[in-house]
Ligand binder design. Sequence first.
Ligand SMILES: [Fe+2]
Length: 228
Amino acid sequence: MAIRIERRAASTQAQGIEPGYAQTARRWPSQPLALRPHTPSELSGPQVQRCLPEIRGDLAGYGERRALGQLIRLRVRVADEDGAPLPGAVVEAWHCNAAGKYIHPNDSHDAPVDPNFYGAARLVAGENGLVELRTIKPGAYPVPDTDGWWRPPHVHFSVWGRVWLSRLVTQMFFPGDPLNDADVILNAIRDPEARGRCIARLVPSKTSELIYEYQLVVRGRKASPGLP
Ligand SMILES: [Fe+2]
């Protein structure tokens, strides 16, 4: 079976070592990336990731265990390069609480931990490639040791598609946030259209939750750009 893989335009990808984002110097590959197509055995071999169970499809909680913040629902569709849904794709999501604080020992931001908010979930896409996460809208937070860089509200995603090699680690942003325009990570993608694909779409809601739709494309021309 011939496998068609198109090289992505550089402007749709993060630019690598980014001024103002010190960690990129340690994280970005020092050698040029090599295009390596999946082999037939990789595409047809055991799909261990599909054995992973879902964990916490609801980060917001209810009643006395309800996390603080604006209730939101993320409807995320996982698709391949041809737009076909990827049932069984494993989607891990994590984000900070409404005050901009992660539950992580490395988070030194002077903001309160929400005892009712854990901040991480693992979801498995259904037959239509959809995952849904009920949660609260994350807050903005300052990046330590920078000259006033604040991360806009965002959700981190890690996706495994058909095989382990089809892995995408990216971030989803919220439409209309003024901090988007100055975010070093989002703007490490120079192509405005590609940046736009990292921003969710707010759709009408008649419930108590704001609903955002987003698409994660594991490979292909319309793939969500990877971030450092
Ligand atoms: Fe973050």
